[in-house]
Design a protein around this ligand. Structure first.
Ligand SMILES: [Zn+2]
Length: 173
């Protein structure tokens, strides 16, 4: 690179970017009192437009195009970000609903488990106590009383054996 180019770069390093008050394009502002890009300045004064000025216009257009593209990309990214946020919110909602459903299923399962345990105990009890359920007992009682009538001592000439068996039968009720 030509060392003079380096010098030029150094020279313009402190320039601020400004917007031309005429064409609205970007330009390097060397002094704060400058309000127009060099091209508009020269056109305003009727100065001769040189090839360098055409290059300035070309670069101004190029910069504008690049910035327009960048802005469009930023807008597209913002839209994508919005969509992602929306998606994240809806996913969070789905997770919350699923967690609620799971919690409810767990409660239902616990309730069924308690019901099952209770039913199992009732069944075990019924099996163990089968002989003593009310209907079985009623039948048993009736049969004992029939036997008591059949072997009553009155019907067996007051035999000691009949008396003894009647007492035994009555004790079995
Ligand atoms: Zn201008």
């Amino acid at each position: 690179m030509n060392p003079d180019y380096e010098n030029l770069k150094e020279e313009i390093e402190e320039w601020e970017e400004a917007e031309c008050m005429d064409c609205g394009m970007a330009y390097g502002q060397a002094q704060e009192w400058q309000h127009y890009c060099p091209v508009c300045f020269k056109l305003d004064r009727g100065y001769k437009i040189l090839v360098g000025d055409r290059h300035i216009v070309w670069l101004q257009q190029e910069l504008l195009d690049e910035r327009t593209i960048a802005e469009e990309e930023i807008e597209a990214l913002k839209d994508a970000q919005k969509r992602l946020f929306k998606k994240a919110r809806s996913l969070k909602e789905e997770v919350r609903e699923a967690e609620e459903a799971l919690e409810q299923a767990n409660r239902e399962f616990a309730r069924l488990e308690r019901d099952y345990e209770r039913s199992r105990r009732v069944l075990a009890h019924k099996l163990a106590m089968g002989r003593n359920t009310r209907s079985n007992y009623d039948e048993f009682y009736d049969k004992i009383m029939d036997l008591v009538k059949l072997c009553h001592p009155d019907k067996h000439a007051n035999s000691a054996r009949a008396t003894e068996m009647t007492k035994w039968l009555l004790s079995q009720r």
